[in-house]
Write a protein that binds this ligand. Sequence first.
Ligand code: PRP
Length: 546
Amino acid sequence: MKRLDRLTPEGTRDLFFEDFEQVKKIEDTLAALFSESGYRGISTPAIEFYDVFSAGVGAISQQDMYILADSKGRLMALRPDSTKPVARLVSTRLKNQSPPFRLYYCQSVYKRNKGENLLYDEVRQAGIELVGLGGLEGDIEALLLAARSLERTCGKGFLLEIGHMGFFTQIINSTDFPEEVKQDIKDKIEAKNYPALSTLLEKFPKSESVGALLRMPALYGGIEVLDEARRLIRGAADGVLGHIGKVYAALKEHGFEKNLAIDLGLLNGYGYYSGLVLKGYAFGASEAVLSGGRYDYLYGDYGLGYPAIGFAINTEQLLKQREQGARQQGEKRPLFIALTKGRLEKHAIELFKKAGVDCCPLDSKGRKLVIRVRAGEQELDVVFAKAADVITYVEHGACDMGIVGKDTIMEQGKSFYEMLDLGFGRCRLVLAAKKGRNFYGGYGVKTIATKFPKVAAQFFEGKKMNVDIIKIDGSVELTPLLELADGIVDITETGTTLRENGLEVVEEIADISAKLIVNTASLKTKREKLESFISLLKGAMNGRDI
Ligand code: PRP
């Protein structure tokens, strides 16, 4: 067996010398701020009983956790977040004390990221939980502390973004959509996936709620967003919007106006959030470094009615993002866009030309890898990459935007905004098999060859069908001919390849076309530049709205 005695596990790293000292300095600065703000330090075990996370409000999926067994064979988990262990501590160790509790921690959380690029499985966090203080008072206190935390560690160069689960919840609860549709709408809003959201909502009769849901991904920016939201639903969410306005005003009074943004489409991941949600970014950075929100129902699981709000800052990420942000701002770096090489390239350049981008440098690029072009008032750096790499570059903020097919997004996309359907590169993702064969016939486990193993696995999981999947990198149509596979999951455009090789479509899985994807932090921290480029593209698409 190969010895792994000189490696650290995927998603972890040694931290030493300058890096260690700088991260430690950030943590010490935050701990000092929390402490002088009246918060008391706590630490919970890295190993908790699995049950702390597996059930109740905001249960965490088992595949996202590191799970092990203790000496009695009971299931344990490395804590995937600190909020639930803190709730366990408060409801047991502090049960005889009166709220509010002001608590802070500096400890790591552990998430199973399946070895994906640049994602950390061990994440150092410094955070607070304000337990037992609800409403406006609690929200203002927590948000001021979040703003001060970013100010102490990033100077003036940070953005604090505020959202509220209540805006979405009130609108969606006024509809009688089935539960799975509600969840789907939430996911699409969170991903600012305008095209998919409008396709989904087209199926329902027009109403004020449907109109507001359609517009929700675009409800981000300054305080003016609240007025637009008010107009959209005429009074229905005045309480929530007024609440955000008051929190905003309180932070403005403390001199943070330039650091504030609102996003009513911000619906933070964890299932326990019930009210205000927040995210924080260093200017010019590519990932959020602070995340949190109000969770007023979690303590109900412990028989306590405490309202609560908290946030956590990823301290290593903050160091990295702060340096990256400063570098980018110093260099006055233009926007970066990654274009998929091959099929989509020609169409993307055609669209750019229509949008008034000066594409001469692209036509004569030779072997250059980064090509600067002029797009309206600004410059743009263009890179060409394989489809999967376009996604990687955008997810990690190496590029602000990318143009890539929906097929690649379905296979490996995760965290970015999917903002425009560009309308070209149209094809279909299908299940195909030898002509005349009954693919679903017989009892044997079918073998499927594909370039899209995750999509294929999900498709057959949806059918509760066991299949063996083989990953193939090109000319997948060959595999049924060589009797390696019973069927293939692949894209087809004209259908020629299938036809000429005696294959036929068994079932359609999805319609595919090229999408504009945008890094989530870039959209917020480089908003004007990005929106001005996106509007050039929209103009070129005959004013089709996003
Ligand atoms: C795609 C796809 C099919 C072919 C279908 O392959 O995997 O093989 O196009 O197109 P058609 O329906 O118009 O015949 P691609 O050309 O991208 O090359 P690859 O298979 O080598 O990846």
